[in-house]
Design a protein around this ligand. Structure first.
Ligand code: BG6
Length: 487
């Protein structure tokens, strides 16, 4: 278990560390889930003492965790784990100070919460200063490259110093409770599992809609766009969890192997299909939750000129294998959409023969998996209408599994809490392998290059809407529609 571990965070004064990493570590500590012997070392360029760092972090977390608050006693004991060291990540001499801080025979985990351009220099300096042994683990944040080639370069440079079994690449969606629950839903419920294929399922929808814009990240986001920011990683990981074959066990190699197989079965969207099967959008000004918001081109940080970067993507994808032949997977994700919602919708086929009145549509089952918010699962069942006038009418009724309301816990854990526990325990099952990253980039590269070759311009959509009209056409052309019901 998590014994004698040093967790060393590069980029400890950055946004990710403040908003996600330290709150997650504090919550684990508060819940008694961090072993006493876990030390946390924060590294940043700023010159300050450990005491100054701790007091600054306390102020920051008081704001970030305003709703839940910091418990005085827990914070006091948590702060005893915290240490600070000033390190300039590009200066190899500073890594000697780190080397002096390390103590033999403890498991060391380096967390790179830095721009990926620093992964290489940091790894090399760690190596130069003798801070790596065969057990040392590293945690890498996305993005790992911006295409297949650059991702291979990042993986090569890190792979020079660390063994693949010690590299933990984060996709925070895998840390979400509800994403892991997809495994339980599929592989612990015989009734679901036996209906999970093209004989029963008509189509699958995956939506990850966000109300936020680009949150002051113009220079990063404009060179990336929504396909690289959300589809290459989070949406494809969700697709894998929904569609992969049953792994032999929950062992990391088994799960990752199935995900790679699935990604390799994804039919490419290329120049022949891109105009039909993919839509790019960019938000204009509009309204979110009753407040006016600016369009993408008016966002803070924008230099000059136009931008053809997409903030919305809708895709129709196929998995070319035995189980999924002929079943379309409709994926959509965008910034500045009407509501924040991530969900997977499984629509089952109609019954082969209808003996009830009320039309075919009333006779379909649908499984709505709410990943966030209101985490839970709804199964839309067909039931007889309670009516004397209509003796054989049917209607859809909902069986609702509400994860929070139905359980004893008061909150759903943040993804980073789970991910920290897994890395401390040395379990890679919720982390992404090099092969997965490369397979997903390969698929995205083909789509990106088709967009380039066909000069596909972004279609505008009003902030607060569900994306450009073309996204509706993408699915309606097939006689289907996006699911927009529920909370
Ligand atoms: C990040 C993206 O990986 O995921 C962000 O870079 C996006 O642009 C975020 O907003 C969404 O995460 P979540 O957990 O809020 O759905």
């Amino acid at each position: 278990m998590s014994k004698n571990t040093d967790l060393i965070i590069f980029g400890a004064s950055g946004d990710l560390a403040n908003r996600k990493l330290f709150p997650a570590l504090y919550r684990l500590h508060h819940a008694g889930l961090l072993e006493d012997n876990v030390r946390i070392l924060a590294l940043a360029r700023r010159a300050q003492t450990s005491r100054e760092f701790v007091s600054q972090l306390e102020n920051t977390l008081q704001n970030v965790m305003l709703a839940e608050g910091l418990d005085k006693g827990s914070w006091k004991s948590f702060s005893r784990r915290l240490h600070f060291l000033k390190v300039d990540f590009t200066n190899k001499r500073d890594f000697k100070d780190l080397q002096h801080w390390l103590v033999k025979k403890r498991t060391v985990i380096y967390y790179f919460a830095t721009p990926p351009s620093l992964y290489g220099p940091i790894s090399s300096h760690l190596n130069g200063a003798g801070c790596i042994d065969s057990q040392t683990r590293i945690v890498l944040e996305k993005p790992i490259g911006h295409d297949l080639k650059s991702s291979q370069e990042v993986n090569d440079v890190v792979g020079k110093y660390f063994n693949e079994k010690n590299i933990y690449r984060i996709d925070h969606y895998l840390g979400k409770e509800t994403v892991q629950n997809l495994l339980a839903l599929r592989f612990a419920n015989r009734v679901i599992h036996s209906q999970w294929d093209n004989t029963c399922i008509d189509h699958v929808q995956i939506t990850a809609a966000e109300t936020v814009g680009i949150e002051g990240r113009w220079s990063y986001y404009d060179s990336v766009g929504q396909l690289r920011d959300m589809v290459q990683n989070h949406l494809l990981q969700l697709l894998c969890m929904v569609a992969m074959e049953p792994p032999n066990s929950l062992e990391a190699g088994e799960i990752r192997g199935e995900k790679v197989k699935l990604m390799r079965a994804l039919r490419p969207i290329n120049i022949d299909s891109v105009l039909q099967d993919a839509v790019r959008g960019q938000y204009d000004a509009g309204w979110i939750n009753g407040e006016p918001v600016v369009g993408y081109l008016e966002e803070e940080g924008r230099d000059s000129g136009k931008s053809n970067t997409e903030t919305f993507v809708a895709l129709k994808a196929y998995v070319d294998n035995w189980r999924w032949a002929g079943v379309p997977f409709y994926l959509r994700t965008g910034k500045r959409m009407g509501k924040k919602v991530t969900r997977v919708i499984i629509t089952y086929k109609e019954s082969p023969h209808t003996i009830f009145s009320g039309g075919q549509d009333g006779a379909r089952n649908r499984l709505v998996i709410r990943l966030q918010p209101n985490e839970g699962i709804e199964l839309e069942m067909v039931s007889k209408k309670q009516s004397l006038e209509e003796p054989l009418g049917i209607e859809r009724r909902i069986l609702n599994l509400d994860f929070l309301g139905d359980s004893a816990s008061v909150r759903i854990a943040d993804a980073y809490e789970r991910l920290f526990l897994e890395v401390i325990n040395g379990n890679q099952w919720l982390f992404v392998s090099r092969e997965e990253i490369e397979a997903s980039w390969k698929w995205c590269d083909e789509l990106l290059s088709a967009w380039r070759e066909k000069n596909v311009e972004v279609k505008s959509y009003g902030a607060g809407s569900w994306g450009p009209p073309k996204a509706e056409i993408l699915i309606e052309r097939d006689g289907r529609s996006w699911y927009e019901g529920g909370a």
